[in-house]
Design a protein around this ligand. Sequence first.
Ligand SMILES: [Zn+2]
Length: 262
Amino acid sequence: MAYTNSKLVNHKHLSPNHSGTRNHVIDTITIHCVVGQCSAETLGNIFADANRQASSNYGVGYDGRIGLYVEEKNRSWCSSSSVNDNRAITIEVASDTYDPYRVNDKAYNALIKLVADICKRNGIKKLKWSTNKNERMNHLNGCNMTVHRDYANKSCPGDYLYGKMGDIASKVNKLLGTSTTTATTTPAKPTSTAFKPYLVRVTADALNIRKGAGTNYKVTGCITGGGVYTIVDEKKGTGSTKGWGKLKSGAGWIALDWVKKL
Ligand SMILES: [Zn+2]
């Protein structure tokens, strides 16, 4: 697939800070926070300085205008990881200078349009986020979003954007014509008490679900909101509906609407 650049770009200021042609197809999106409510032009000026030794493919200014600094065909210097930056499109988004590094709505909405455009042109059919670092870094279960803090001792992309990654994926997937959930209708409530794995439907946001920590259940896939997900009981053969009402998550307990044997 030939590399192209987004037509949504308002300002082009190519940076000398890149490694030339990337060695991996584009299959990942890495969103960063600038730590500054700057414009696409200011970001371009920053990355134009060779002494900075830093760049990103795109930047989104506080006003939603988009800058191109490293063409998509080239590997930017953005995520403290050669492996990541060779396969990712990196995007810096103007943000507050203080925790949680909030991003304006204008910039946020422009970011979603930009990411959808990147996905479309590069054959990324569905954007998938995971709150599990291992899933992100190893691209497990279809996860194709990574964050700077995976590769360096940094808070980037800030807690604001980090907490929004599931929402970004959902909104981008809407534009791509795909859905982040695996079912749009409610299946009949199961009566089976038999063995695993089960499908469950969570009724509320269930961020940070993880295996272990005393739970019997392993969640596969990204849990970013109400929807249908697969969970697998790690105690094989001990299936029972007893205790199925709740699934332990990193943030506490979330309600399960129903459980269904696959
Ligand atoms: Zn970053």
